[in-house]
Unconditional design. Structure first.
Length: 320
């Protein structure tokens, strides 16, 4: 069973899409504070939504048939994040979602577009800075801090035409079929003579014979951190430790061969002296190289920039 949380900015067509799916899913529609019939302050509205969204998620996870939740507690956190507020005190609301995702197939789908494609009415209410920060929450903050990955579907094509509900459903079906929500890029390193050396691996001839860091797909079920550590086990036969895994703020995205948008998240992993590397059949060689040589050796720009970002994190940890 694959359940869905549907998120996204206002005016993108979520309600139309949901209306078209009511025959396939048990739908939990977005609550609206205007239905309360009384004037509420901004803080009261925020608290009202938090209470309603928490309750709806509890009902959502108890549902026995495939279900779709229009907006979750994540939308309230994204809104406050975009306003520049400290959301650490609200992070406890995410824990039930994390726990659920570790044992169940839950897709977080985020509809998005370019700011210029928003209606004049929506643009008059929200600045581009707010808009960008709102999506930064889903794209960067949520995965790196909480291990929750969203899949992004753009609702306008290159001509500015709004996509159909069927297209969104086809994208969701493809994600479910391939069981891949994103990519994890794990840059392993060791410290030698007080300086980092980066692990690079050579793909086998069938896969191109190029050099790279560890990269692999992340499944629907589970959190990003656990999936990143799973790649260490599969490709190096190392049982990774979460304390040795360090997130970066580097993420890039592209349309994968599966036909939908994939984000790639970069982590650093500090190898211990006792870690013994055994290559899987995906790779034929490995090498530990200093920064410049490692960047030169790997093929793709995403790998090169990933190594640079991990090096920056190493320096920050060293100087902290």
């Amino acid at each position: 069973m694959n359940n869905i949380i549907l998120e996204g900015f206002w005016g993108l067509g979520k309600s139309t899409f949901i209306s078209d799916l009511k025959s396939q899913y048990r739908v939990f529609e977005e609550p609206h504070h205007q239905q309360e019939g009384s004037e509420l302050s901004v803080d009261e509205i925020n608290q009202w939504y938090i209470q309603k969204l928490v309750q709806r998620f509890e009902d959502f996870i108890l549902e026995k048939q495939e279900s779709l939740l229009e907006r979750s507690i994540l939308s309230s956190l994204a809104y406050q994040y975009a306003e520049g507020k400290n959301i650490e005190e609200l992070s406890g609301y995410i824990k039930p979602l994390q726990e659920y995702k570790q044992t169940q197939n839950l897709l977080i789908i985020v509809l998005y577009t370019d700011y210029t494609q928003l209606s004049p009415e929506i643009q008059s209410q929200y600045t581009q800075e707010f808009f960008d920060k709102y999506y930064e929450f889903y794209r960067v903050y949520l995965p790196i801090h909480f291990g929750l990955v969203a899949n992004f579907i753009k609702v306008h094509d290159e001509n500015g035409t709004h996509i159909t509900s069927q297209y969104i459903q086809d994208q969701i079906n493809a994600i479910i079929e391939h069981d891949r929500v994103c990519q994890a890029n794990v840059v392993c390193y060791r410290i030698q003579n007080n300086e980092p050396e980066f692990l690079v691996l050579k793909r086998n001839p069938e896969k191109g014979s190029f050099w790279q860091s560890i990269t692999g797909g992340v499944h629907i079920q589970g959190l990003l951190f656990g999936n990143a550590l799973r790649e260490l086990q599969e490709e190096l036969f190392i049982t990774g430790k979460e304390n040795n895994l360090t997130g970066t703020d580097y993420v890039f995205w592209y349309i994968g061969k599966e036909g939908y948008e994939l984000s790639e998240y970069v982590f650093g992993y500090k190898l211990e002296d006792t870690d013994e590397i055994t290559l899987s059949d995906e790779h034929t060689e490995y090498a530990f190289l200093p920064l410049d040589e490692a960047i030169e050796r790997v093929k793709y720009d995403g790998n090169k920039e990933g190594i640079r970002r991990v090096y920056k994190v190493i320096l920050q940890l060293k100087n902290s």
